[in-house]
Design a protein around this ligand. Structure first.
Ligand SMILES: NC(=O)C1=CN([C@@H]2O[C@H](COP(=O)(O)OP(=O)(O)OC[C@H]3O[C@@H](n4cnc5c(N)ncnc54)[C@H](OP(=O)(O)O)[C@@H]3O)[C@@H](O)[C@H]2O)C=CC1
Ligand SMILES: O=C(O)CCC(=O)C(=O)O
Ligand SMILES: [Mg+2]
Length: 407
């Protein structure tokens, strides 16, 4: 029976109450956004129908941001858009363009900060048949927990030559002995105990709830001692304070357990970021959940995506306390805008992650299986076709149709 649309709500214990026909706002996005969103919506609707018949469906509600919003309202991020996400709790978005070197600040970052979506969660796993530059892509199965509200993304910076930059340089040179060049641009990198602890708490909770073996804190704390180094310190501190019986350090793992963690326990370890980039290439099976400050997490997301098929296959979510906005890892890929060409897999998988967040795991599983079957059929978008021998390149919309046919 057709369902009446209703709102998702956050209950007193923090869990979601999801009606059978939730209203879910979507932002189409800039650049390739409209193409991949059209494809994604079709796959999500078909997967829900295949899994639940007419017992469940999603009532989509468009909300505006980016170029479409600016053209329609004169505002890049209208307040009603933020209000709609607060009202309906869960939303999904296409990518939004951020100009380089000037112009508006990132709308993506603003959304995350305004809605306090403090964890950027990006699962990186391999789907059979996807081309990869590494020998054993099936060994890559990591979940990135990237701090999403602070670090250099806080947007506290001053352009070289402005009175503000001069004032900060004068202060730092005179009062703090910093000795900065007068023609410097200045950026501030705040990393807080609060921001770190809540991110690491979410990462450890996730690891425990999902049978993951380790959480690795990835930092550059040897150089940035009081920001990234503190991220490491506070991460271990949080594990000790809040999960004393469920976590152990690497030292404890070897000293007390001969290198094999007892069932149900999560190893909390840390790696310096530069070394970690080669570790995930050479020994990916030793890493599981990663917790990172914002910038490290941004870099790591795209690097790991490359190992499992590229940005066309990299989903993500911005999650706070209940509220969540799902989006691909990649951006607007402007050179492909409006060509119905790129891989919608990343946004489709973000949608699958959203279904999982709603508890609709049967529909999620249909999408994973459908995607794998469509890839096995070797009729794939350009990014996969150029790497799979014997593959035929199809359009973004045709790839979505192939997934729907394989659900
Ligand atoms: N959350 C968001 O909304 C994000 C927004 N952005 C913004 O996007 C804009 C463009 O950024 P840019 O650095 O070019 O990075 P993009 O991620 O947009 O694209 C870089 C390259 O990645 C590949 N790619 C990206 N998406 C897909 C896809 N769906 N299918 C297949 N290949 C894909 C393409 O590679 P190839 O050229 O090899 O075909 C593309 O040229 C910037 O304004 C940036 O700020 C960036 C990241 C996230
Ligand atoms: O906001 C942007 O334009 C880029 C953001 C980004 O690269 C990311 O979140 O991975
Ligand atoms: Mg990025």
């Amino acid at each position: 029976m057709a369902q009446t649309p209703g709102k998702i709500t956050i209950q007193a214990d923090g869990t979601l109450s999801v009606p059978d026909c939730p209203v879910i706002p979507f932002i189409e996005g800039d650049g390739i956004g409209p193409d991949i969103w059209r494809a994604t919506r079709k796959v999500l609707d078909a997967a829900v129908a295949a899994a639940y018949g007419d017992r469940r469906r999603i009532e989509w509600k468009e909300i505006l941001a980016g170029e479409k919003a600016a053209a329609a309202t004169g505002q890049w991020l209208p307040p009603e858009t933020l209000e709609a996400v607060r009202e309906y709790v869960v939303a999904i978005k296409g990518p939004l363009t951020t100009p380089v070197g000037g112009g508006i600040r990132s709308l993506n970052v603003t959304l995350r900060q305004e809605l306090d979506l403090y964890a950027c969660v990006r699962p990186v796993r391999y789907f059979n048949g996807v081309p990869s530059p590494v020998k054993h892509p099936e060994r890559v199965d990591m979940v990135i927990f990237r701090e999403n509200t602070e670090d250099v993304y806080a947007g506290i910076e001053w352009e070289e030559g402005t009175p503000e930059a001069r004032k900060v340089i004068d202060f730092l040179s005179r009062e703090m002995g910093a000795g900065l060049r007068p023609d410097s641009g200045i950026g501030i990198k705040p990393i807080s105990r609060t921001g770190t602890r809540r991110l690491v708490r979410k990462a450890i909770r996730y690891a425990l709830d999902n049978g993951r073996r380790s959480v690795t804190l990835v930092h550059k704390g040897n150089i940035m001692k009081y920001t990234e180094g503190a991220f490491r310190t506070w991460g271990y501190e949080l594990a000790r304070d809040e999960f004393p019986d469920e976590t152990l350090t690497e030292t404890e793992l070897w000293d007390a357990h001969g290198g094999r963690a007892p069932a149900g326990k999560v190893v909390v370890k840390d790696r310096i970021a530069d070394a970690m980039f080669q570790q995930v290439l050479l020994r990916p099976d030793e890493y599981d959940v990663l917790a990172l400050p914002n910038l490290n997490g941004d870099y790591m997301s795209d690097a790991l995506a490359a190992q499992v098929g590229g940005l066309g296959m990299a989903p993500g979510a911005n999650i706070g306390d209940g509220f969540a906005v799902f989006e691909a890892t990649h951006g607007t890929a402007p050179k492909y805008a409006g060509q119905d060409k790129v891989n919608p897999g990343s946004l489709i998988l973000s949608g699958a992650l959203m279904l999982e967040y709603l508890g609709w795991t049967e529909a999620r599983d249909r999408i994973h299986a459908g995607l794998e079957r469509a890839i096995a059929g070797k009729r794939v978008t350009y990014d996969l076709a150029r790497q799979i021998e014997g593959a035929v390149e199809v359009r973004c919309s045709e790839f979505a149709d192939a997934i729907v046919a394989a659900l």
